[in-house]
Design a protein around this ligand. Sequence first.
Ligand SMILES: CC(C)(COP(=O)(O)OP(=O)(O)OC[C@H]1O[C@@H](n2cnc3c(N)ncnc32)[C@H](O)[C@@H]1OP(=O)(O)O)[C@@H](O)C(=O)NCCC(=O)NCCS
Length: 166
Amino acid sequence: MRIRTEAPGDEDAISAVTEVAFRNAPHSDQTEAAIIVELRRAHALTISLVATDADGAIVGHIAFSPVTVNGEDQGWYGLGPVSVTPTCQGQGIGRDLINDGIDRLRALGARGCVVLGDPAYYGRFDFRSNDALTYPGVPSEYFQALSLTGTMPAGVVAYHASFNAK
Ligand SMILES: CC(C)(COP(=O)(O)OP(=O)(O)OC[C@H]1O[C@@H](n2cnc3c(N)ncnc32)[C@H](O)[C@@H]1OP(=O)(O)O)[C@@H](O)C(=O)NCCC(=O)NCCS
């Protein structure tokens, strides 16, 4: 398994992995592949990584895009969507994509990252929910943040408009 940045020509395979991974996922509205397409079109895919198998086939993908806090760019990013092809799940591919992505965010000078997802999974990467940084409309334990500077901003987070893609 290898992780590399998305390259021209990867777009359809990324959509396919995303669709198949989320097909039976709870809480999915099946818009994840469209969100990635829209983020790419809007030049808001700050980081887009693929995991490839021994044959070079794409078996996983992760996206990071800018978020705002109280409507302002504060150097924070959102993790997701993240997908691993169902037959390849549980082998650490998701973990490697997340860790590699966070390393790259840090290298870009990002101040932190948020994620919407299962705390049992994202807690492994030190994401934690907190009372100061919030995302309306979801149970607070599912919205989690990881500071890369030691400082946690306070406010309401909004994802990029591409997350409204259908
Ligand atoms: C979430 C996902 C990317 C993880 O990829 P992966 O390669 O299977 O993950 P890893 O191999 O690194 O980790 C697997 C471990 O995480 C656990 N895990 C995976 N998804 C989980 C979830 N949603 N909630 C809690 N635990 C989860 C597995 O049970 C496994 O636990 P174990 O190590 O104790 O056996 C993958 O399961 C996936 O594509 N899911 C469907 C799409 C999705 O839900 N994406 C995330 C939305 S926020």
